[in-house]
Each structure stands twice: as C-alpha cells, then as structure tokens.
Design a protein around this ligand. Structure first.
Ligand code: 5GP
Length: 127
C-alpha cells in the first residue's frame, strides 16, 4: 500500500495541537509553520490538513478545493515572507521530498519554502 498514512506522524500531531509550532498561516485546508531546523533564513513548511503522504498521493486523492487551497497557501507564504522575486534579496525555492529517493523524513505531505539567501545550485549530481 504505497499511501498508507501514519496518523501519529509528527505533522498529524501538530495538526491535532499535541505538538506546538510557530504558525505562519492557517487556511481552511492548509497550515504553514516554521521548520524546527531551518536551512535558510526563511524556512517554512506548508502542509495540507488532510491525511496525504506525498505530493502524488495528494493530487490523486484530494479534492479540487484542497488542492487549490494548498497551492494558494504556498503562494501566500512566499509573498508574506517577502520572498517574491523582484524585491532585493527576493526569490525562493519550493521542495517536496517524497519516499526513499527523496529522503522524506516526515510521512505527511509538506512543501518546504526556502529563501532569504542565495540558495545555491539545485542538486549536486556527478552523472
Ligand atoms: P523532509 O525531510 O521530510 O522533507 O522534512 C521534514 C522537515 O520537518 C525537516 O526539515 C525537519 O526539520 C522538520 N521537522 C521535523 N520535526 C519537526 C517538528 O516537530 N516541528 C517542526 N516545526 N518541524 C519539524
């Protein structure tokens, strides 16, 4: 079962209020909060409230309303954190790690919003 959802993963517990987080934005279907181990001056995680493991799971199983809400929440976080390209120091990177190859640590879909510094080339790859 590729999309078995663990209801006790850390982000499910954040959504239930069992673990605290620094909230940036909450919408009907999404929550954005600061990453506990930031990799850049701005490092926000955006998650859907529904029980989805990965991006492909989400887009296959979520409603159009959830998908639109999530996409808009990510865009709003970029704007709210001053990362929209154009301003000095603007620009950002979105990352959604999935599964073994993606080295996904938390088994609840999340998009990392990173910015606040030049982030370097996307990936090291020796071919
Ligand atoms: P992944 O490797 O799954 O894409 O990223 C998981 C992210 O969740 C990591 O960047 C990690 O720092 C973050 N994280 C793990 N546990 C917690 C937590 O309890 N609170 C918050 N705010 N972030 C967490």
């Amino acid at each position: 079962m590729p999309y078995a959802y663990d209801r006790d993963n850390i982000f499910a517990r954040i959504l239930r209020g069992e673990i605290s987080c620094t909230r940036i934005l909450e919408t009907e279907h999404s929550l954005a909060f600061r990453d506990i181990r930031p990799q850049a001056p701005e490092h926000v995680l955006v998650i859907p409230k529904g029980p989805y493991v990965t991006f492909d799971h989400f887009t296959a199983a979520a409603s159009d309303a959830e998908i639109a809400d999530f996409a808009r929440a990510i865009g709003r976080v970029c704007a709210m954190q001053g990362l929209a390209p154009g301003a000095a120091g603007g620009g950002y990177r979105l990352i959604a790690n999935a599964g073994e190859a993606g080295i996904q640590e938390v088994q609840h879909l999340h998009v990392h919003v990173l910015g606040g510094r030049v982030l370097g080339r996307m990936l090291p790859y020796a071919g």
